[in-house]
Write a protein that binds this ligand. Structure first.
Ligand SMILES: NC(=O)c1ccc[n+]([C@@H]2O[C@H](COP(=O)([O-])OP(=O)(O)OC[C@H]3O[C@@H](n4cnc5c(N)ncnc54)[C@H](OP(=O)(O)O)[C@@H]3O)[C@@H](O)[C@H]2O)c1
Length: 286
């Protein structure tokens, strides 16, 4: 039995159908009533659970041999996932597959990269079988400013011509499904990216072609960009982390591309154009 946490989120909701296709026995943590229905629609067993209520994790992990560990980025993340790893060890789980982030490091200026480094170290030392997946930025994050893109035909950013190996969350899910259902990944860390390194102006150009409209990438100074994020209600830790991340992309430090998706699935990772085509309607009014 595989326990999937984060099952109703961006990666988890793509993972459940792949595991179902593979005939895996899956239990998934439901954080809400709506989540239960989404989980059961994929033929998985839904179990109520909350990372902040350890007893629910104990119940959810009982009888599971593998766990997919994912929780949302937050200052509480490291504490939550460290505890979940300990509970997995006590429950006799054989293998934990943890979703981390590319660039996870204790001295990163990005909060989420420091929290993932803490979680990854804890997992490596926990005495439980494990595999760590470190994805690049999700293409799906580009859906967040879609209202502005639709209203203004403008996409504001601060990455200049810096490129990044953005990955479709469906490909992260495909790699996770492979690792969860095959052997030979013990102790491995996989850096998972899309097939190409692409800049925001290039992404905007591809979106323009796909929707037959004009999406202009507008580069703004870091201070103004951060003020916009704060104005949109993002907490300080997230605004600061994103500014640090986009600064790193701008400086060319996030352009790495790997072939882990192809190694795991036997086909190349989905290119940005395919993501744009799959989400044409979301951007279409631009
Ligand atoms: N976005 C990126 O570009 C990027 C890049 C690399 C790595 N990552 C990492 O990816 C992870 C986020 O993945 P995602 O985007 O798939 O997540 P997501 O869409 O935010 O989904 C989070 C999932 O966790 C559940 N959840 C939230 N709070 C919970 C709690 N207290 N107890 C139990 N479950 C809870 C949510 O359920 P409900 O919806 O029902 O609350 C949902 O299923 C983070 O670790 C992040 O650091 C992100």
């Amino acid at each position: 039995m595989i326990l999937v946490t984060g099952a109703t989120g961006t990666v988890g909701s793509a993972l459940l159908p792949i595991l179902a296709e593979r005939g895996a026995s899956v239990r998934a943590l439901a954080h809400s009533q709506a989540g239960r229905a989404a989980i059961e629609a994929h033929g998985a067993e839904a179990v109520d659970g909350d990372f902040d209520r350890p007893e629910t994790l104990e119940r959810a992990m009982a009888g599971c041999d593998r766990v997919f560990l994912l929780s949302p980025a937050s200052p509480a993340q490291a504490g939550r996932e460290r505890r979940a790893i300990d509970i997995a060890g006590q429950a006799g789980v054989a293998h934990v597959v943890a979703l981390s982030v590319m660039g996870a490091s204790h001295d990163s200026p990005m909060g989420f990269a420091r929290w993932h480094a803490e979680i990854d170290d804890h997992l490596a030392a926990a005495g439980v079988g494990h595999t760590i997946l470190r994805p690049a930025g999700f293409m799906q994050s580009h859906l967040l400013p879609v209202d502005t893109v639709r209203a203004e035909g403008a996409w504001y950013g601060m990455t200049g011509d810096g490129a990044s190996g953005f990955i479709d969350a469906a490909d992260i899910a495909a790699v996770a499904a492979h690792v969860l259902t095959t052997d030979g990944h013990e102790g491995a860390t996989y850096e998972v990216t899309g097939p190409e390194s692409i800049s925001m102006p290039q992404a905007a150009a591809q979106l323009s072609e796909v929707i037959g409209g004009d999406v202009r990438y507008v580069d703004v100074p870091a201070d103004g960009f951060r003020a916009n994020l704060a104005g949109a209600g993002l907490p300080d830790w997230l605004a600061d982390s994103l500014v640090a991340l986009y600064g790193a992309i701008r400086a060319g430090h996030a352009a790495t591309v790997t072939n882990e998706v192809e190694k795991a699935t036997g086909r190349p990772a989905r290119p940005y154009r395919q993501f744009a085509e799959n989400h044409r309607d979301a951007f279409a009014a631009a």
